[in-house]
Design a protein around this ligand. Structure first.
Ligand code: 13P
Length: 291
């Protein structure tokens, strides 16, 4: 079975007022954890891979594992390229069967961002793949992406309208006060801005940098139009801490099948909590598959 595009998954979320969680995965174990939780909670889910993950795990392996997982798990799921900046890489991976990509050209000025995104959208649509792009600039650190606070700027609702119209993009990542990685203090989200953007564009809106954002703020952003919530940092930390603790308690351990189990369990609990936060539990039904 081929993978779903995010169009089917996100339009349903938009209509029904919940968000689909997009969890950043890195390897077989993290994919298994996300799928176990999503299957148990009957939630649609997006497995997201940054360029560093693709470099580390190889797109062919990731696609093969996730395609198989889509066959074995009776839930809507897809493989999504997160924060990819290299257009040629994106096109190559779409040709391999990836149905959902993010072209992040947000570091470019508005007109260039539009031109780059438009090119990817035209190509992706030929292959039945959907495209997310970012307008505005989120701060913080996500793998190799490191945006200084001085370069952060929030999404302008009027520009969002023009951007969506001119690019034909399928979903839009908005900058409304979140950042990638850990926060120094509690983030304050600009809900008025989000509401204005929602009134200007009809495509599903995406919230990046959801780790560390209070549960209530994420839920309020979903009420105001967010349909996809990205989570990475809050999964990596408990996974890694559990491994550290295991080695503290078992200094001579050497079996990955043992020391990775507590890591998976710790990550599982966070994935469950985030699915509940997104209100996507029990929403894994009635999606038409791309067979
Ligand atoms: P966090 O690492 O802050 O959860 O951000 C994840 C993200 O936005 C991935 O694109």
């Amino acid at each position: 079975m081929s993978l779903l595009s995010t169009k089917e998954i996100l339009i349903k979320a938009q209509k029904e007022g919940y968000a689909v969680p997009a969890f950043n995965i890195h390897n077989l174990e993290t994919i298994q954890v996300v799928l176990d939780a999503a299957r148990n909670l009957k939630s649609p889910v997006i497995l997201a891979a940054t360029p560093s993950t693709v470099k580390y795990a190889d797109e062919n392996y990731l696609l093969a594992i996730i395609e198989k997982a889509s066959e074995l798990n009776n839930i809507p799921l897809t493989f999504h390229l997160d924060h990819h900046e290299n257009v040629e890489d994106i096109k190559r991976i779409i040709k391999l069967g990836c149905k959902s990509v993010m072209i992040d050209a947000s570091k470019h000025e508005f007109r260039n961002n539009i031109e780059i995104v438009k090119d990817v959208v035209e190509f992706a649509h030929l292959y039945g793949s959907t495209v997310e792009a970012e307008l505005g600039k989120l701060g913080g650190i996500e793998d190799d992406l490191n945006v200084d606070e001085k370069d952060v700027f929030l999404t302008d609702p009027k520009e969002a309208y023009e951007f969506v119209k001119r690019t034909g993009v399928d979903s839009l990542a908005v900058a409304i006060g979140t950042a990638h990685g850990l926060y120094k203090s509690e983030p304050k989200l600009d809900f008025d801005r989000l509401e204005k953007i929602k009134n200007m564009v009809d495509v599903p809106l995406v919230l990046h940098g959801a780790s560390g954002v209070p549960y209530e703020s994420v839920q309020k952003s979903i009420e105001k139009g967010i349909c996809k919530v990205n989570i990475a940092t809050e999964l990596k930390i408990p996974f890694s801490n559990a491994i550290k603790q295991y080695f503290n308690e078992n200094p001579n351990a050497s079996d990955p099948r043992q020391y990775l189990v507590p890591a998976k369990n710790a990550m599982y609990d966070v994935v469950v909590e985030k699915i509940k936060m997104c209100k996507s539990e029990n929403k894994a039904h009635d999606i038409s598959y791309n067979i």
